[in-house]
Write a protein that binds this ligand. Structure first.
Ligand code: AMP
Ligand code: GLY
Length: 424
């Protein structure tokens, strides 16, 4: 029996807690800091996800056998390294490998070194040089802040003026702080996007099924980008028959390069792909589960998640079976109106239990908290209403049926989640 501490507080972490709780191997489950949903699966502890000393101290005190990192920030700050000094295993890579997500310049350089298909790029640390370069090339062009910028550091510029303004914002005005010390300027690609994630133990890479996120806030992929407004799995653009060859193309070479540099990548490697007319290109890597991709992926996973994660930290991933249902899962995010801008908080939520009586429906909570026995909203993305169906069409119909049973004031959803997959 093991004691597990999950770090994070979103819908992804509720899904992780829900799935880990089902494992007969798990004796105790803690979530730091958690949310109104994780409180139903385990014990929330009031430690922030970037409070590394707080997490390590708590893990030591409670005899934690495995820490599961939800978001990227603690990993980029060195959570796995800090835990390693106390011999506490972490599902999530060390700070060196976490640069794959923490620094776009690092990620692009590793991709180039590993022969992974990615857009042509250049890295600049001087705004004047970046602008001279922009004045010498054609648009559209993509300008990216090097560091973590909460998903907002990428500007796909249609015109040179837009690109020059992006360099000013990032490097001169420092709208993303030190994340803008460097910029990556890269060729704009066109195509459909998909997410491809895999369990890794430093050596073995076991892909999960494909999935697709919906980043834009508005229907038809319009408006500003969010953390993700919905996701489904599988994504027909990346069929099961292609998983192994795609892992050979975009995942295994990276793990091999990192290993050669002395870093064993343990955890979840996530490739954000764009299907161009020349095949899949990598837009970015993340070093953790996607949110909301995690919700449909874990709804489909049949194997014991704790067993898989424990095998990863022991370097024995090849000894476990990872199986998932052939059914399709789809998650619709219910957000607070105004998100990703400012939005109200504290609205009471009703109908969750009622929606779950539909069967094959799970409501994962993200921006919620418990206030005097009531569940109220506390964030922009509030719930991830997730349903399983024989096909994308049935999963989609069930997810929206469940959405219609859940209520809070000023709820906002996209009504077209999954539509892109229906055209296949
Ligand atoms: P990233 O954080 O690098 O995944 O970028 C966020 C979003 O920007 C992606 O999901 C794409 O929609 C878009 N994007 C990033 N890089 C490119 C590119 N080279 N060409 C076109 N769109 C891109
Ligand atoms: N859903 C995109 C991400 O987690 O980065």
């Amino acid at each position: 029996m093991v004691r597990i501490l999950i770090v994070g507080s979103g819908g992804r972490e509720h899904a992780l807690a829900w799935k880990l709780k089902q494992s007969p191997l798990v004796e105790r489950l803690y979530i730091a800091p958690g949310n109104g949903g994780t409180a139903l699966e385990g014990t929330n502890v009031p430690i922030k996800d970037d409070d590394l000393p707080g997490i390590v101290t708590f893990a030591k005190e409670k005899g934690i056998d495995l820490v599961v990192a939800g978001p990227e920030l603690p990993l980029v700050l060195g959570l796995a390294d800090a835990l390693a000094t106390e011999s506490i295993p972490c599902f999530g890579p060390d700070a060196y490998s976490a640069q794959l997500e923490g620094s776009k310049a690092f990620a692009k350089t590793i991709m180039r070194e590993s022969g992974v298909p990615t857009a042509d790029f250049r890295v600049f640390d001087d705004p004047m040089e970046a602008k001279d370069y922009l004045n010498s090339i054609e648009t559209p062009i993509v300008v990216k802040a090097d560091g973590l910028a909460a998903g907002k550091g990428v500007i796909v510029a249609k015109t040179r003026e837009e690109a020059l303004a992006a360099v000013d914002d990032i490097m001169v005005k420092k709208v993303f702080g030190s994340a803008g010390d460097h910029v990556v300027i890269e060729e704009a690609l066109r195509g459909e996007e998909a997410s491809f994630l895999a369990f890794c133990d430093g050596e073995t890479v076991v892909p999960l099924p494909s999935s697709q996120d919906h980043k834009a806030v508005g229907e038809g992929d319009t408006g500003p980008n969010t953390g993700g407004m919905g996701a489904y799995s599988p994504a027909p653009i990346l069929p099961r028959a292609d998983y192994e060859k795609t892992a050979d193309l975009v995942l295994r070479p990276i793990i091999k390069t990192l290993k050669a540099k002395g870093s064993n990548f343990v955890g979840m490697l996530y490739a954000g792909l764009m299907y161009t007319d020349k095949g899949p290109y990598v837009l970015e890597y993340n070093v953790r589960f996607g949110d909301p991709e995690c919700q449909p992926l874990l709804m489909r996973l049949e194997s014991d998640l704790a067993e898989i994660m424990l095998a990863c930290v022991k370097g024995r991933l090849k000894d476990v079976e990872v199986t998932y249902t052939k059914k399709t899962a789809m998650c619709v995010v219910m957000a607070a109106k105004g998100y990703p801008g400012s939005y109200p908080k504290g609205m009471p939520i009703s109908g969750i239990a009622d929606a779950e009586t539909l069967g094959d429906v799970k409501i994962f909570q993200a921006g919620t908290r418990i206030d005097n026995d009531r569940t109220v909203t506390s964030g922009g993305r509030v719930l991830g209403v997730t349903a399983l169906g024989e096909s994308l069409k049935t999963a989609q119909a069930l997810a929206y049926k469940a959405v219609d049973k859940v209520h809070f004031e000023n709820a906002y959803i996209r009504r077209d989640i999954g539509d892109k997959g229906l055209k296949y």
